[in-house]
Write a protein that binds this ligand. Structure first.
Ligand code: NAD
Ligand code: DAU
Length: 335
């Protein structure tokens, strides 16, 4: 297969490229990525010299570039990861989220339609909104109720992808996944921010009272779920993907402090995120029953692997934290 991967220099996209090139070494991969602050070619050093891998720096919202790419290359499949992905950034500055997540996705759909290219759209559980403690977990039938500019833009992109299936017959699938963690996770998100801050002996900023809940999935399991949907999923269908691993932020914080040998004095409770979604949880029954997919890495195992990776790859995260990222951190935390 010849596959167009968008956003392949980001966290999940780069993990997916590593996963795919290991599992399907004869496939050809074209990685289209704008290299925003979140895109990092260091994530792809191990594959960059492969003869069947090609990187193109470009914006999915650039209509001409996308059209030209599709007319020059005959793709069998598009796996669409490219997005502005950080909720806090979407609160500070939503414009880029509309441009990339909505306009960019639409450009890709329009181009894919010309060749009727199979299109897998990588989306999020955040489109379903926020759960209370005793609410049942999200599933494929949960109504959309996005509450941040990020989740609203992802919801819009999901609707467009489905519209291209129903209206024009584009062969699509969608996955709505819970919170990922693992190698190459950009250190502005909870997991890598807390690990790297503690490794640097810095405090860790817990929003509000730390009772918000996320359902964590090791990134390699997300990659295997997407693989499964691509191979066995039904065209036009959506699959919810989760880790069966709900944790409050406080629970996560306690575990990470223990693993890194630090005490509670490292916690700094800071102002809550505006409109903070209280709880996400995924009911992954459909993908389990229909496609025989389940997560293979437990939270404890994934956490240990991730901490080990960050310990062993200090140069990777230190160069990010000392760069342009600092401006955002100052805006967000005021120091
Ligand atoms: P990320 O922010 O780490 O990476 C995004 C990548 O997209 C970067 O390489 C960036 O350079 C690229 N990009 C951004 N705008 C672009 C544009 N206009 N044109 C081309 N490339 C562009 O994001 P991530 O965490 O890897 O998330 C990938 C996808 O998975 C997103 O669609 C996100 O909504 C979805 N998702 C993420 C999670 C999670 O926990 N991180 C969970 C579920 C779904
Ligand atoms: O659920 C899937 C989503 O998970 C993806 O669609 C998003 O792209 C991804 O960024 C992630 O969104 P969250 O907002 O859940 O992730 P984040 O790491 O930003 O925050 C996780 C939780 O931790 C959330 O309750 C807010 C809290 N938090 C976050 C940061 C960055 C803190 O308490 N302190 C922090 O410094």
């Amino acid at each position: 297969m010849k596959i167009l991967i968008t956003g392949g220099a980001g966290f999940i996209g780069s993990n997916f490229i590593h996963y795919w090139t290991r599992k399907y070494p004869t496939d050809t991969i074209v990685n289209l990525d704008k290299l925003t602050y979140a895109g990092n070619l260091e994530n792809l050093r191990a594959v960059e010299k492969l003869p069947n891998y090609k990187f193109i720096q470009g914006d999915i919202a650039d209509e001409k570039l996308v059209e030209k790419l599709f007319s020059e290359e005959q793709f069998d499949l598009v796996v669409h990861f490219a997005a502005e992905s950080h909720v806090d950034r979407s609160i500070l500055d939503p414009d880029a989220f509309i441009q990339t997540n909505i306009v960019g996705t639409h450009n890709l759909l329009r181009a894919a339609l010309k060749s009727k290219t199979r299109f897998h759209h990588v989306s999020t559980d955040e489109v379903f909104g926020s759960l209370q403690k005793t609410d049942p977990a999200f599933n494929e039938k949960t109504p959309y109720d996005p509450r941040s500019p990020y989740s609203a833009s992802k919801a819009a992109s999901d609707h467009l992808v489905r519209a291209y299936f129903h209206t024009y017959g584009l062969p699509i699938t969608i996955s709505n996944c819970s919170n990922n963690y693992g190698p190459y996770h950009f250190p502005e998100k909870l997991f890598p921010l807390f690990i790297t801050n503690l490794l640097e002996d810095k405090k860790i900023p817990v929003y509000g009272d730390g009772t918000s809940v996320r359902d964590w999935l090791y990134v390699e399991d997300h990659c295997s779920a997407i693989d499964c949907i691509i191979r066995k999923g039904q065209i036009g269908e959506t699959y919810c993907v989760g880790g069966n691993s709900e944790k409050t932020n406080k629970e996560f914080t306690t575990k990470i402090l223990v693993l890194l040998g630090k005490g509670d004095e490292m916690i700094e409770y800071v102002t809550d995120r505006p409109g903070h979604d209280h709880r996400y949880a995924i009911d992954a029954t459909k993908i389990k029953n229909e496609l025989d997919w389940e997560p293979s890495v437990t939270f404890e195992e994934g956490l240990e692997r991730t901490v080990k990776w960050f310990r062993e790859n200090e140069a990777w995260w230190k160069s990010i934290k000392s760069g342009e990222y600092q401006d955002y951190y100052k805006k967000q935390y005021g120091k």
